[in-house]
Design a protein around this ligand. Sequence first.
Ligand SMILES: *Cc1c(COP(=O)(O)O)cnc(C)c1O
Length: 962
Amino acid sequence: MSKYTLTQLEQHEEFIRRHIGPDAGEQAEMLACVGAASLDELTERIVPPAIRLPAPLSVGPSYSEAEGLSAIRALASRNKVCKNYIGMGYYGTEVPKVILRNVLENPGWYTAYTPYQPEIAQGRLEAILNFQHLSIDLTGLDLASASLLDEATAAAEAMALAKRVSKAKKANVFYVADDVFPQTVDVVKTRARCFGFEVIVGPAAEAVNHDVFGVLLQYTNRWGEIGDYTDLIAQLHEMKAVVTMAADIMSLVVLRAPAVMGADVVFGSAQRFGVPMGFGGPHAAFFVTRDEYKRSMPGRIIGVSKDSRGNRALRMAMQTREQHIRREKANSNICTAQVLLANMASFYAVYHGPEGLKCIAQRIHRLTDILATGLKSKGIDLKNASWFDTLTFTVADNAALLARATAADVNLRCDADGSFGVSLDETITRADVAQLFDIILGAGHGLKPGLIDEVLLATGSGSIPASLRRKSEFLTHPTFNRYHSETEMMRYIKRLESKDLALNHSMISLGSCTMKLNAAVEMLPISWPEFANMHPFCPQQQAEGYQALIRQLADWLVDITGYDAVCMQPNSGAQGEYAGLLAIRQYHESRGEGHRNICLIPQSAHGTNPASAQLAGMKVVVTACDKLGNVDLDDLRTKAAEMADSLACVMITYPSTHGVYEETVRDICGIIHQYGGQVYLDGANMNAQVGITSPGYIGADVSHLNLHKTFAIPHGGGGPGMGPIGVKAHLAPFVAGHSVVALEGAAKDNGAVSAAPYGSAGILPISWMYIYLLGTKGLTLSTQVAMLNANYVAKRLGEHYPILYRGRDGLIAHECIVDLRPLKEACGVTEMDVAKRLNDYGFHAPTMSFPVAGTLMVEPTESESKVELDRFIDAMIAIRHEIARVESGQWPVDNNPLHHAPHTLADIMDPAFDQRPYDRQLAVFPSDAVKANKFWPTVNRIDDVYGDRNLFCACVPISDYE
Ligand SMILES: *Cc1c(COP(=O)(O)O)cnc(C)c1O
């Protein structure tokens, strides 16, 4: 019998039973089906003994949900929530409760996957389109991306875009104004170093004195000043430089759009549109540029197209999966972005509308005016002559001011030169401004905000230069003017949600993506104020709870990965790859081997691997795979020997992207190390390793972990994610640092890879809870059941479809590849047809055409019960029978339920349907399971080519609506 079985759970282990789908009885049935006596025996047969961990993890015992909540409550209570005026890209905000409850805390939104299957994702596609529309309207530029990871990485992307499109081909300088946020400069410098660009930081006006291909300005700047850059930009354009601009989203409501000044790229954080600070993230960054640069755009774009009935339909445009297709030639490595947070920000704008937003922005500005007027009347020196929401000033007695602020639980910005800053936000009231007077001026100043208000009414403040005030309308589109009552808003959110298939409807068996349960108990703490309302740059002693949580999580991950240290900064898997490769680069440099720049990548690798290698300034050399999908050891050895002195590293995935535990993985590590290279192991498949083997034990040097795959952070419809990296001790000194917050372990001048010191810290409580609740026993059991579920699916589907790769004993690891190429050859039915037909059966398609074109990759995860697996398998078998009818000629290749899938209500209401060779019943209710739980795709199959030819990425014009 298995060491761990569900029947022997103690009370404090009850969560294991909730997380793991199949109960003891179901497990026994499935074990019988795959021909194994126990989970342990199955594991033994699957996993090569050479890599099997000799001892269990030391994560600790398992806990009940109640115990978990009280443990994390205790951590939360060690965070002190102060009033924050720190600003620097992070601001207090009121999350509208209708959005908090119906989006952030709603599995219909947070458990959805990236909308690669647009027919069952029209809801979130519309919400993202709203985000793009908002970005375009506020900046005045033409083309917006669906979201980037944060403001600082968006700046790095803007720099890369500038280099791609600038006609100043010989220029190698990217000039950064010295009033840009320091964390942005930090991330830009890190990226520039890899590309070999020279970064010069100096006064904005002096950019023209350098041979620049691009320039970064910030509007409003870090001191609060609002610059008019019109003339400067005109001069820079004459030099053929591309001008990129960081902008504050709230200020854009009242300020002139940057496009009017001539900016070529505008980006910034959308955090203060209703997304909590979360100690640094997750938040969405917006990114907007000129239409002519569309081929150079980083990240995803949502575009408008039409479906097979000619109806309007949305889908990801152009570079939809650009790093998957273009690999090392991709514009960026962005895969997981920040969809959930972009949607929250867009809903915030929809809920408030243009008038509501103006009201909020003007109130923030007015209170800042009052504060400034009061301070000036008392002789305080303001550093900035103009402002929207931020003032920088000096006082006579810094210590006294700080003491008063501390006593009042108020955080101000403290600059290195001894000046102070305050940034106001929508949560600030008149009473808060009165308190600021007390803090800054000391008692007895006699100022009253109300009286100053009257003065201002009479004189005006002139704090926004007339030339920089917004004169144009924005958000006039009906979507932003219809849903201002809570009832309307609640229904709009619900209407969109119902168009999307998420985990709360049925299993999403996406290979490599590990769509497991995101338990409610894991999600609860992220909206607690002690986690949600912490500023990332607050005095770190206020964040003791976060520090303890992060340290504990890092310790567990060290144990789970077999590494020596974990860096929590990268905020997606692909960013983790980039951060890990940087550590490798710096390690080589530290040994005088900075010339090592070759990154070997097997041809089966995920597209982000080569894209990240390119970002890290490495050259990609592709190595072959053998017929079984394994890394071709001979080819690897030959190439490693050829590169020898220039070999930097290899990037492999384990178990392989084909879902098999390669027997030779230790040999791979040995070969690479022999030639002085490092081994990067892509940790996306950790779900097949936890408690059984580990990258460190196998012999790798560094890996990223997708906390949004293996460690229960939900996918959010395409983000957020977290991609911390684990490293062996020799790489630990080279992980990311941060210029604002000193990080334990990392050298201070190690460049940053994200804006915030701990990336998207606000979602780390989810993974903390996951590991804490499951403990050693539940984590290990999860891995074993993930393997059981996958083998059960492979076994049953294998009777109807070829399963592409198998490992020892004909078994697979945690996912399987269903080969549809022979069927396509035989009768023209494609993997796309099968994917869309699965929608009719109420399922999301598995991963399509990765890692092998013409296949589907299924990863059921441990969270799916046998009942659900059977429903999925039965659907796949029924589809196989349908294909047989096409094969036999009973149905024409271009007129059958697969070809026309997915089916909509419009289809079956159409009298022309009578001409089809199958009936309506088969179209939309192909099984009893579907009848009991029907999901209706809202559009028919979407025409990608049409959408790309007619690229349109904002809300459809009002005329199209009526
Ligand atoms: C998901 C995945 C990645 C990228 O992770 P993101 O968080 O989406 O950036 C990299 N490699 C593999 C194998 C993956 O499955």
